[in-house]
Design a protein around this ligand. Structure first.
Ligand SMILES: [Zn+2]
Length: 131
């Protein structure tokens, strides 16, 4: 099932503009660090692992597994909030799981990124759905 929630427009600033531009173009962009090699999320100019400012964006393949989730049943329409491990980047993202049967969601379930338009036409956010 697909919920029909209105998704708020994200706050976009210079530090996150390439991330949101990527999402609106159907790409999951992740920050990596040239100094220590690790990826991080949410995107920051300064690497949270080593403090270097030598960071850059790279595109993830968007494949992941559910690390943890919770279904919000006291609001209409219901929705599922989750932490997803994005496997190729070894990061976890707070996100929503959509296009799914909430009763069938499981920790460890394979999911893939999809992009959902927000209240602002042309601005999308990444979410995940069963793979
Ligand atoms: Zn680093």
């Amino acid at each position: 099932m697909t919920d029909n929630r209105e998704i708020p427009t994200p706050h976009i600033d210079e530090e996150t503009r390439d991330y949101w531009d990527g999402a609106s173009a159907g790409k999951l962009m992740v920050k990596k660090c040239r100094s220590c090699g690790a990826a991080h999320h949410y995107p920051r100019t300064i690497c949270p692992h080593c403090g270097s400012d030598d960071t850059y964006y790279t595109e993830s393949n968007g494949k992941g597994v559910i690390y943890s989730f919770s279904v919000m049943r006291r609001v209409q329409p219901n929705f599922a909030i989750a932490y997803v491990t994005v496997e190729d980047m070894e990061i976890k993202m707070m996100t929503n799981i959509i296009n799914c049967d909430f009763d069938a969601l499981e920790i460890g379930q394979a999911v893939k990124v999809t992009f959902v338009e927000t209240q602002t036409a042309g601005v999308s956010v990444p979410m995940f759905e069963p793979a």
